[in-house]
Design a protein. Structure first.
Length: 144
């Protein structure tokens, strides 16, 4: 199989569907927390705005400028981020990083939708983009 064929397989129909149907896009009018992160290798960026209530994310919006893998990841993330704590997001980040870099298992439910990105393990240059929405959210929660 050629590298081009492998890359075409990587961008599966499921990944492309997630990328085109991303929830919680845009910006909040008056967010409590905001951050923007950039993946230096590919130039992808994600900006997030969020509000917290009783230690849980109560509102969330994202502006994603990334490859289909980064968009798909942001889609899975946004589908389940409401109601999560800082610790929940950190656990997800650790699990997804292990899945991508150490053949770890798929993150725990409700974030098990990340299984569609298992083929991206072989593409280390895409890992930062896949982690970008999570990293921006962690940055927003830890700096404000």
């Amino acid at each position: 199989m050629t590298a081009e064929t492998d890359l075409i397989k990587l961008y599966s129909g499921q990944i492309l569907a997630l990328a085109t149907d991303m929830p919680l896009t845009g910006h909040l009018e008056a967010p409590q927390h905001s951050a923007k992160k950039r993946a230096p290798l590919c130039g992808s960026t994600v900006s997030v705005d969020l509000n917290m209530t009783d230690g849980l994310i109560s509102d969330y919006r994202q502006d994603v400028k990334a490859c289909a893998l980064g968009q798909a990841s942001a889609s899975v993330f946004a589908s389940h981020v409401i109601g999560k704590s800082l610790d929940d997001i950190q656990t997800l980040r650790d699990q997804l990083f292990a899945m991508l870099t150490a053949d770890g298992p798929v993150p725990d439910a409700p974030f098990d939708g990340y299984q569609v990105l298992i083929p991206a393990r072989e593409y280390k240059n895409r890992h930062a983009s896949i982690l970008l929405a999570i990293d921006a959210t962690l940055s927003a929660l830890k700096t404000t």
